[in-house]
Design a protein around this ligand. Structure first.
Ligand SMILES: Cc1ncc(COP(=O)(O)O)c(C=O)c1O
Length: 401
């Protein structure tokens, strides 16, 4: 059978890209996982969720296991609405859609707003799974660089002006992770946030704001683009993955009503009413503010230790950005192809993500790597960075001599 025959052209085009998840090969037993962008086991509230599930089933028996889920589900929406309001984002019930994680949110947005003629602008580097999603819908992706202060909004303005002058199609959506970006850990400063919103009016595009790490600040979180938006141009995506449990798959989209209607149209009931019901009960059983305080303390300590270890064990030619929140440190290793080095690192039982996977044009990321401090203990972080530092020093010595 000619299986290809059955795929429409857009699926054939998408299947030519790297397969999803290709950025991380299987990890050896006992590997120190500086690649993993998810919480450590002890930070996942398994007992709290277990208690919430048993409360739910005791109180409601089979109800939460039906398509419609528990009558408590609207309370999850209410909790998220309250939390968003506390962060300066006042959204009505009809302006909020609960999704199976931020990833489903991005996929729904892409599905409703993109086709192969639509140009999407992304940060370079950016979250690789978002890139994978966009590539499933369009090949017209333009990349705008990020520096220590986040997206280079000035550069974006020049690209927009130049495309307009040349009569090229303008991007209709910009995807940005303005706060504690994945992979760079950087945060867009306020001046750039304001300028970006101005540009969105001037050049008539939407901003897809991915705020997956927005709550995980070591200091104060900046106001989100959504909180600063006066025109309804920002489609805000959030997630409970990084602050509760990623496997529960709870995320959301906050946006103007017509957009939410379209996203809900495609979502149907493809998310998990049971997980949402359990999360509603779990969130009611905890003090989220306290939980966040604890998480921020843990991540800040781990981040500080990772940075100190880089200073101690990495050659002086290596540079990085110091994050103010989130999960990641973005490292530049001049003269080293970080994908070529990965097999050696894995044999030495340390993992990282090579930089190239975070770029639409992979050549741009050759000398970079992403380290995560979310998963491993402080002891393992220090050990892992030491092993990597030795590997890099030896590699540079061998290649310079
Ligand atoms: C920037 C960014 N957005 C979204 C996600 C995925 O979030 P979720 O687990 O809610 O799908 C991640 C997870 O790594 C991320 O880094």
């Amino acid at each position: 059978m000619n299986h290809e025959f059955y795929f429409p052209y857009n699926v054939k085009a998408a299947l030519k890209n790297d397969p999803p998840g290709e950025w991380m090969p299987a990890l050896p037993e006992g590997c120190i996982r500086l690649s993993s962008g998810y919480p450590a086991s002890e930070l996942v509230p398994s007992n709290g969720i277990k208690a919430a599930v048993s409360t739910l089933l005791e109180e409601e028996q089979d109800l939460p296991l039906h398509y419609l889920g528990s009558p408590k589900m609207p309370r999850l929406k209410q909790q998220i609405q309250n939390r968003l309001a506390e962060r300066g984002m006042k959204v009505q019930e009809e302006e909020l859609l609960i999704t199976a994680g931020a990833c489903q949110a991005i996929d729904l947005i892409a599905r409703a707003l993109l086709d192969e003629k639509v140009v999407v602008a992304v940060e370079a580097p950016t979250y690789m799974e978002a890139l994978e999603i966009f590539r499933n819908y369009t090949n017209q992706i333009i990349s705008i660089p990020v520096d220590e202060q986040g997206l280079r909004v000035d550069e974006f303005a020049s690209v927009l002006a130049e495309r307009k002058r040349l009569g090229l199609v303008l991007p209709r959506i910009l995807y940005t992770i303005p706060t504690f970006q994945n992979p760079t850990g950087t945060t867009m400063n306020e001046q750039r946030r304001m300028r970006l919103l101005e540009l969105s009016r001037e050049f008539d595009f939407l901003i897809l704001e991915d705020d997956a790490y927005g709550e995980l600040t070591f200091d104060v979180s900046p106001l989100s683009l959504k909180a600063l938006d006066r025109e309804g141009r920002v489609i805000h995506v959030g997630s409970l993955s990084k602050i509760t449990a990623p496997g529960m798959r709870i995320g959301w989209i906050a946006a103007e009503r017509p957009f939410i209607t379209a996203f809900a149209w495609f979502k149907k009931d493809l998310d998990h009413s049971f997980a949402q019901s359990a999360m509603a009960v779990f969130l009611e059983s905890i003090d989220l503010e306290e939980r966040l305080k604890k998480l921020k303390g843990v991540y800040q300590r781990k981040c500080t230790l990772l940075i100190q270890s880089l200073e101690k064990f990495f050659p002086t030619s290596v540079t990085w950005y110091v994050p103010k929140g989130g999960y990641f440190v973005w490292v530049r290793v001049p003269g080293v192809d970080t994908s070529a080095l990965l097999p050696l690192a894995l044999s030495a039982k340390v993992s990282y993500v090579p930089g190239k996977y975070f770029f639409s044009n992979q050549d741009e990321g050759i000398e970079y790597l992403r380290l995560s401090y979310s998963f491993e203990s402080e002891e393992q972080i220090e050990k892992g960075v030491q092993i990597l530092g030795n590997l890099i020093s030896n590699h540079l010595k061998n290649h310079l001599s």
